[in-house]
Ligand binder design. Structure first.
Ligand code: PHE
Length: 356
């Protein structure tokens, strides 16, 4: 074995001992680096004759190539080993069943609200949203329910900061405040457009008010059919010639469409609300299915009281209309045969996912 052969052997040996790429680069420097063995030999060739240079140079080159080949092979081996370790660490079992992507969905009451909006939308009703924290004025007084009115006691609610001591702000007990809020805006816009003075009751031309206002409402109440937070949807139609007959037609049409039942029967049972006169509670009766034959209350309604028409900024001699307030939670219960309202608000996905 020549000196060069043993040099290549030695290089191969020290490369084999290198366990990391850094070790390997250090070992490489001993042979191929600036002052490595091969480099030294090449420098030493300066003293040789031309003939000797030829043969010795060729032999050194062969050795150099051998060392480089050994280096490349070891580099590759180290890289392969590292990859193998990494793959092992990150290994996953491709035979495991996949984790399904669960898809969320709308809450059953939201589905009902969407349907309500769609049905009334098709009858030309706008959809309005209003604040859940209300003033005493909008929730009661403007709706013909002054401070000492006994009807207030049926609307016990949660009082919050703001307003006056005698009339603090509150969580709205119904969506009826939206009757006033929406109408006042509507009247303001159209009397300005008509060039009428902004004060006093308006008796000019005006497009009809036709709006529904769905949203959350609050009362101090909790049992199987009452929750402290519940939903209502207000409806209001005011014009020059809107009568109780229109209320009956519109609400009957809505119920039959909503429940997809053409033979559904409605009953307008006389009732009292301070903000409507006359007033009626609306009951429905299914002719078929598990609830057939029972009267089920779904809304309060009536012809808008003249004092309320005034608080909208309108002249009650000219404008007349109807309002209703229904319970989307109750409609949802009837729709799906759910018997406890609180289930809707417990947030149990096992219950809620049944409605998708
Ligand atoms: N706001 C009434 C309630 O919550 C319902 C209602 C609305 C009645 C509109 C008449 C007209 O009980």
């Amino acid at each position: 074995m020549t000196e060069l052969d043993s040099l290549v052997e030695a290089a191969r040996g020290s490369f084999a001992q290198a366990q990391t790429p850094a070790d390997l680069e250090n070992a490489k420097a001993l042979y191929l680096g600036k002052s490595g063995r091969i480099t030294e030999m090449m420098k030493g060739m300066a003293a040789l004759s031309v003939e000797e240079k030829k043969t010795f140079g060729a032999a050194v080159n062969v050795a150099k190539q051998g060392i480089e080949a050994a280096l490349t092979a070891r580099r590759q081996a180290l890289a392969d080993a590292e990859l193998a370790i990494q793959l092992k660490a990150e290994a996953f079992d491709v035979t495991l069943p996949g984790r399904p992507l669960t898809q969320g969905g709308l809450h059953p009451v939201s589905l009902t609200l969407e349907r309500i909006e769609q049905i009334f939308g098709s009858m030309g009703f706008e959809v309005a949203q209003g604040p859940e924290i209300e003033t005493d004025w909008f929730n009661f007084t403007a709706l013909n329910t002054p401070e000492d009115h006994p009807a207030r006691s049926m609307h016990d609610t949660f009082y919050v900061e703001g307003g006056s001591e005698a009339a603090p702000n509150l969580l709205r007990t119904h969506t009826s405040p939206m009757q006033i809020r929406y109408a006042v805006q509507h009247v303001k816009a159209h009397r300005a457009a008509a060039g009428a003075p902004s004060e006093g009751l308006y008796a000019g031309e005006m497009p009809e008010i036709r709006v529904i206002a769905p949203g959350r409402t609050y009362r101090v109440d909790s049992d199987a059919t009452h929750s402290p937070m519940f939903h209502q949807c207000e409806g209001l139609w005011v014009g020059e010639n809107v009568s109780f007959k229109d209320l009956k037609f519109v609400f009957t049409d809505f119920c039959r469409t909503f429940f997809e039942s053409d033979d559904l029967v409605l009953r307008f049972r006389p009732s009292f609300f301070p903000f409507t006169e006359p007033s009626a509670e609306i009951d429905i009766q299914f002719q078929t299915g598990p609830l057939a034959g029972r009267w089920l209350e779904v809304a309060g309604s009536g012809q808008v009281h003249p004092n309320v028409i005034r608080n909208m900024g309108l002249d009650p001699e000219k404008f007349i209309g109807f309002a209703f307030g229904m319970g989307p939670d109750r409609l949802t219960m009837l729709c799906y045969g759910v018997n406890d309202l609180r289930l809707f608000f417990d947030g149990d996905v096992r219950f809620l996912s049944q409605f998708q």
